[in-house]
Design a protein around this ligand. Sequence first.
Ligand SMILES: NC(=O)c1ccc[n+]([C@@H]2O[C@H](COP(=O)([O-])OP(=O)(O)OC[C@H]3O[C@@H](n4cnc5c(N)ncnc54)[C@H](OP(=O)(O)O)[C@@H]3O)[C@@H](O)[C@H]2O)c1
Length: 244
Amino acid sequence: MRNVIVTGGSRGIGLGIVRTLANAGYRAIAVARSRSSALDDAIEEPRRNACGEVRFASFDLDRLDAAADFIRSLRKEHGPIYGLVNNAGISVEGMLSTMATVDIERLVRINTTAPMVLTKYAVRQMMAAGEGRIVNISSIVASTGYSGLSVYAATKASMIGFTRSLAREVGPLGVTVNAVAPGFVDTDLTAHMPAQNRAAVARRAALRRLPQIEDVARAVLYLIGEDARNVTGTVLTIDAGGTA
Ligand SMILES: NC(=O)c1ccc[n+]([C@@H]2O[C@H](COP(=O)([O-])OP(=O)(O)OC[C@H]3O[C@@H](n4cnc5c(N)ncnc54)[C@H](OP(=O)(O)O)[C@@H]3O)[C@@H](O)[C@H]2O)c1
């Protein structure tokens, strides 16, 4: 069974990715600081359906000094790592002029530095195996802009530059690197957004609705799978036509 690490796999979009990958026959290893009851349910689901597997591995992306050991321990426990989905992310909203510098640093550490460092250790194994898949979760705000999200947007844009150059670097060794840019999706991350703003975003979208967790998860499944063997260095936008 192929192992795919999904950071932030305990809730929201990450949990959706974990469930979708497991239902397609992968062993999805959900990484987060703590388990959730929804993840516990997802662990039982493939057992019932006799398909892939869901596992949980606790790790704080703020502890990057431990990243090498963490990736090594996953390989030891589960075998070679085939895929890595850099999905975990945080959002701190606020005007840049008044944002605390510690918040700016934390956003960059969790959303930009952490995926790069985890990828560094996971991609080594993939390069040695001559195959592998990296998927980075960006956002449409990387290219559209949104007042109050300048630092968050910068971290999401960084994932696109990272994706394109790394795709060139590791492509000759059989590893693909792609990004998925979701539009607004209902999760804990966006729970504070007032209902009328949500409705306005949906109204402006070409399809007059918001994308759902499952839509993003299916895009990731495609990029991880064999069908995307000749797709690398791309950004797949899943936003119900919000930026069309
Ligand atoms: N929701 C949207 O509208 C939207 C749109 C575009 C892009 N995105 C991107 O999609 C990704 C997932 O977003 P979401 O909405 O699903 O977020 P979410 O519901 O807030 O879930 C975040 C996940 O990341 C984990 N996480 C947070 N800090 C962590 C840390 N220090 N160490 C390890 N894990 C950590 C959380 O688990 P623990 O708290 O237990 O650690 C949780 O599993 C993010 O990269 C986000 O930027 C979201």
